[in-house]
Design a protein around this ligand. Structure first.
Ligand code: NAD
Length: 274
């Protein structure tokens, strides 16, 4: 039997990069998946791919920072699949500047997407989780649910130019440790994965400035090619990780093998620790 047969997983930012690879991995292990992304087309492509492999998935398109989004995300899982078992707070991006050039809106945006949105999503899920856990306790059974919050070695070790992003990712780690204590009684494993250098559009080498529009703001993506080419020199395993390797690290904390692991930070960085 597949490891996640019967489970329902929610992945934010599941249309591209690590989130996309994770949606496909969870579905390949039997989970039904709610795929969020702020962009509809990549989310639809992931759902088609899952369906083509015999799995089941549904989209929940929208920005995780929008008012009411958290209730919509949780509601999609409950309306379509009747339950929820795994929540991965993955949606995110960077918006770098050295501190003397960083605007308030740049700082606030990182807190909104990496801290406040996961907080609202987990708060929206709490009623269902508590009710289910109480019912399961009365039946004398243990059902483990999983939360994985996606952080970064910028949050654990700092990174020049990322006062906003590193503060937000570090705060997400703090929230993880607190929720592990609050939700242990409900049998929820709450953990954090901090990525090192995983090759996605956020981190790939670019020759010219490239931007995306997030919540009405133009945000730069990619890193200067010369900087990207230096990566193998400082990663102990000698290269950046693939999105699939990144997703595998998250999957470990979604699988039954992590049932007695909670409140932990797993660095998935090929030996790079920050
Ligand atoms: P990516 O850009 O390839 O994928 C991120 C996805 O999230 C995109 O499809 C994007 O549309 C979506 N998204 C962004 N903001 C959103 C929002 N407000 N609402 C809904 N969807 C939104 O990036 P990735 O590298 O796969 O990043 C995934 C996560 O991993 C992020 O939280 C990022 O900070 C973290 N991370 C990545 C690296 C890396 O090296 N790639 C390193 C450390 C941490």
């Amino acid at each position: 039997m597949s490891k996640l047969e019967g489970k329902v997983a929610l992945v934010s930012g599941g249309g591209r990069g690590i989130g996309r690879a994770l949606c496909l991995k969870l579905a390949s292990e039997g989970a039904r998946v709610v795929v969020n992304d702020m962009d509809a087309d990549p989310a639809a492509e992931v759902i088609e791919k899952i369906a083509a492999s015999g799995g089941e998935a549904v989209a929940c398109v929208g920005s995780v920072t929008a008012n009411g989004f958290a209730e919509q995300f949780i509601g999609t899982a409950l309306d379509r699949f009747g339950t929820l078992d795994i929540i991965v707070n993955n949606a995110g991006y960077t918006d770098d500047a050295v501190i003397h050039k960083m605007r308030d809106d740049q700082f606030d945006a990182m807190i909104e997407v990496h801290v406040k949105a996961p907080f609202r999503i987990l708060r929206a899920a709490s009623h269902h989780i508590r009710e289910r856990a109480k019912a399961e306790a009365e039946q004398g059974i243990e059902v483990f649910r999983k939360v994985v919050n996606i952080s970064s070695i910028s949050g654990t070790g700092g990174n020049a130019g990322q006062a906003n992003y590193s503060a937000a990712k570090s705060a997400l780690h703090g929230m993880t440790r607190t929720l592990a204590k609050e939700w242990g009684r409900y049998k929820v494993n709450v953990n954090c994965v901090a990525f090192g250098y995983i090759l996605t559009r956020l981190s790939e080498g670019v020759d010219e400035k490239q931007t995306i529009n997030v919540d009405g703001r133009e945000v730069r993506i990619g890193v200067p090619r010369q900087q990207a080419e230096m990566a193998p020199n400082f990663i102990p395993l000698g290269r950046p990780g693939t999105p699939e390797e990144g997703a595998d690290g998250v999957y470990l904390l979604c699988s039954p093998e992590s049932n007695y692991i909670s409140g932990q930070l797993l660095v998935v960085g090929g030996g790079l620790t920050g």
